[in-house]
Design a protein around this ligand. Sequence first.
Ligand code: AMP
Length: 470
Amino acid sequence: MSSPLDSSAPAFADLGLASPLLRAIQDAGYTTPTPIQAQAIPLVLAGGDLLAAAQTGTGKTAGFVLPILHRLMDKPLVPKPGRPRCLILVPTRELAAQVEESVQTYGKHFPLVSMVMFGGVNINPQYKALRGRLDILVATPGRLLDHVGQKTVDLSGVEILVLDEADRMLDMGFIRDIRKVITLIPKQRQTLLFSATFSEEIRTLANTLLNNPGTVEVARRNTASELVEQSVHLVPQAHKKEFLAHLIRHHNWQQVLVFTRTKHGANKLAEKLLKDKIPAAAIHGNKSQAARTRALAQFKDSTLQVLVATDIAARGIDIDQLPQVVNFELPNVPEDYVHRIGRTGRAGSVGAAVSLVDNEEMGYLKDIERLIKRSITRVVVEGFVMPEAAAHHAGMDDDERPPRPAGGRGGRSGQPNRGGHKNHADTPRKPAGQSGKPARSQGAGPAPSRHSTRPSAALLGSGGPKKGRD
Ligand code: AMP
């Protein structure tokens, strides 16, 4: 993958965007378009369909939101209540809130109105919002169809349709909902499809939806971000909780996103960390939207050190320069590993992804290494000594086992907790990147917000997403 911030990239001013958008970009602090933005913005401005292979973290949201705002403003219409001109479909609530926040950020000098719509929250504020002007609707497919069924939203005026993270929408079983939505919007429209991976199913969907699309690809298919430093610790499952607590303290990680395979596992791990006085919370599909939103907001403002998440709950979490991701267990599907580590090392910043791997997971590790076409460095952390039997269980060779404490004293108590990494590969491992920078303030509000994309705070729903970059 080329660097997201390419020195040969054009300036934003060269891309043909209206000056209120350029001002918003400047306010957001962006100096150079990322490759996806440099390629996608002129294509979308020209009115064509787009098929884009881009992972989260490449700046893809601005890549479609900016030209969409431009096009809508270029051809203003008298708005009708509850009848959006642009529909952006996304797989999760968190992503919906984040995309809509981008619409506010980039559209703050434009008089357009946007709304975010997702399930798991009270529907009444959504009814109310739909009775007014609406230009851009960001929605998850399920709740959108609830509204369609109740005739509270009218999709007959959609001029631009975006499918964001289309691969995830299919993974999550939204294909029928998507097809239903498509029957409700005009055939004559502009369609943009973004996906991190390209399965046969995605290709079929693209073929039926897109008309002679321009294509943009900024990440090679299934390529792990080269900006993410990856390493593996061989640890038996039974010792992982303890080991993770040790790692967090050892590196003084201040903001770490931990993936578990199950919801139950996420809860148990968060409980254990809390017991160890490490501020942690779990987010997954069984948690209420309010609990998820609260945890995410606290994680972003750095009051919560550790967020433990399942794959689906973590999808769409977007935090600038998230320094550290931990795979508490490896995912069974190797592509999920790529999605997970994509949470860090975003838009030019360096991140680190650490995987705790038990003997039973070695097969998954091999699959992942085959997919990303590189082997992941095995690292031993000093200061954590596993019982001999446990080390064998984790599949460690003798040279991979942590060193025994000096002086022949066995056991963890004899080992000072100070050492750094012992690296068994040729490449030196830098300490995990700690930005020290507070996470940017943004979050999925518990209730959908309806607001003008003008900076008017009065129109922002009180529980809605806060302003932030992107
Ligand atoms: P996305 O891939 O849309 O999730 O964006 C990833 C992150 O990159 C967002 O948090 C943006 O704030 C940031 N970003 C987007 N465009 C730029 C840019 N041109 N320069 C620097 N950061 C950017």
